[in-house]
Structures are given as C-alpha cells and as structure tokens.
Design a binder for this molecule. Sequence first.
Ligand code: HEC
Length: 162
Amino acid sequence: MNMECRNANAVKDGKAILSNRWSGWICAICVIAVSTAAVSATSPEPSLKEIMQGLRVDLVEVTDGLLTGDFDQVVQAAARISQHPPISDAQAQLIASELGAEMAGFEQFDKIVHELSLSMTAAAKQRNRERTIADYQQMVNGCLACHTAYQSRVTAALGTRP
Ligand code: HEC
C-alpha cells in the first residue's frame, strides 16, 4: 500500500488505454504523461472496502483460471492482486489508532499476501502448476488470517459495517 503500487497501476492503466490508439515511441511518451496525470489527479481514493471488493474479483478470477488451466488468466488476475491500490492516509490513520501496536501485524499480513501474489504471478508465467497452487493456497490463508485477526475491529473503526 504505497505510492509505488499506485504508480504501477497508473502505468498499467495508461498502457491499456493507449495501446489501442498509439504505437512505438509516441506511446511510451504518452504513457509517461498519462501516468503522471493519473497520480496527481484529485479523484477520490478507493476505500479499503472497495480495494477488498477488487481483491475478491481478482481472487475469483485466479481460482477460475486454476480450475480451467488458463494460466494467462491466472497471471493477469494475480498481478492485479499485487498491484492493488494503496489504502488512503485517512483510513490508515483510523486503523492505526484502533490497532495500536498491532498495526505491525496488520501490515505484515498485507506484505505476505503481496509477496505471495508476486510469486504466484511468476510461477503462473512459468506454467509451474505446483508452485502456482502452493502460492495460491498460502495467499488465501493470508487473506483469511488477516480477516480473522482484524476484519471486524477495522470495520467498526472505519464505520463501514454492511
Ligand atoms: C491486511 C489485512 C487484510 C488482508 C491481507 C486482506 N484483507 Fe480483505 N479485508 C480486510 C479488512 C480490514 C476488511 C474490512 C474492510 C471494511 O469493512 O471497510 C476486509 C474486507 C474484505 C472483503 C469484504 C468487503 C465487503 O464488501 O464488505 C472481501 C471480499 C475481502 N476483504 C477480500 C480479501 C481478499 C480476496 C484478500 C486476499 C487476496 C484479502 N481480503 C486480504 C483486511 C484484509
């Protein structure tokens, strides 16, 4: 959850938008311009709940790709998990004041899921089924472990109860 992730997303989006219309070096310049504009844009940051709803869609797509043997789908969806948008400063502060010293544990789970999603992306690129599945299982454990430890407290602290 940092600027690096946000930049990665912006660049990705920039490429996706531009690749239809431009090519070669013109495209490269546009990608830089668009990603800079996207980072400095004042559009509201997604809430933690919206970030999580994105992760849910991505996880379903990873699962579906594994079940059907579509490794390209796994690569794309796993990469999206690793590039999820950062949590806003305002929500991060609310969470930190609720969790106190336990904030480190919360961040640790985020890091574990992030690293496993990267490892899963790489394994799926190599068509390494065994490692992709092992990373997937550990990553889901990470999602659920963070929820077990913190979800209800954080939902209460953020006032986002369904
Ligand atoms: C660092 C802790 C953490 C990790 C890791 C984590 N979550 Fe969450 N998740 C939360 C918290 C906290 C909430 C509650 C957010 C709220 O209520 O605003 C949540 C809520 C959700 C929700 C419910 C959203 C809703 O509409 O109420 C889904 C779905 C979800 N997470 C999916 C995932 C998936 C999939 C992963 C793994 C790829 C994951 N989460 C990893 C902390 C985490």
